[in-house]
Design a protein around this ligand. Sequence first.
Ligand code: 5GP
Ligand code: MG
Ligand code: MG
Length: 187
Amino acid sequence: MDLDGDIERVLWTAEEISIRVSDLAAQISGDFRHLPSPVVVVGVATGAFVFLADIVRKITIPIAVDFIRAESYGAGTESSCSPIISCDLKIDITGKHVILVEDIVDTGSTLSKLIAHLKSKGASSISVCALLDKPARRKIHFELVGEGNFYRGFDCPDYFVVGYGMDFAELYRNLPYIGVLKPEKYK
Ligand code: 5GP
Ligand code: MG
Ligand code: MG
């Protein structure tokens, strides 16, 4: 099997991603530098694991790291719009500033569900850091909590993308770049 051969077009190379991740980490490090307690950085499993690993190593302030798991897609390319939280946080976030790290925001239903969940656990602010944003497909508007910010890496055109943590049917997560899958691979 040749992973690269399944990709129709590369949208962002590993180098382009790395530069943008550095920018986002610098913004976050600056915005949260005066807080008295460590920020809790929460990766949304599985898709955000590569982005999370890269960005936390570029953040220069004290942070705690945890994961939460949300599932909406199954093995298809369309969001179900009713994601479930299938694995919860380990860290107590009561009174903490939380940054949710996501691979991509599509309809917005996963994020709005996760934000409501973290809010109910007593986070004092909730920010979102998404590598990709597909604003054209937004169905649900999500609200940040407290002084939370929305950090976005790149605007993503309306294609199904894979790589840099993102999958189709659990494959392609290990590609170092982000690309568009050849349509015959999922039709
Ligand atoms: P939403 O709930 O915003 O519709 O979708 C969020 C989740 O769906 C993302 O966290 C991501 O896991 C998945 N997703 C959305 N668009 C894409 C895409 O183009 N490619 C891949 N691989 N996953 C996507
Ligand atoms: Mg995701
Ligand atoms: Mg997926």
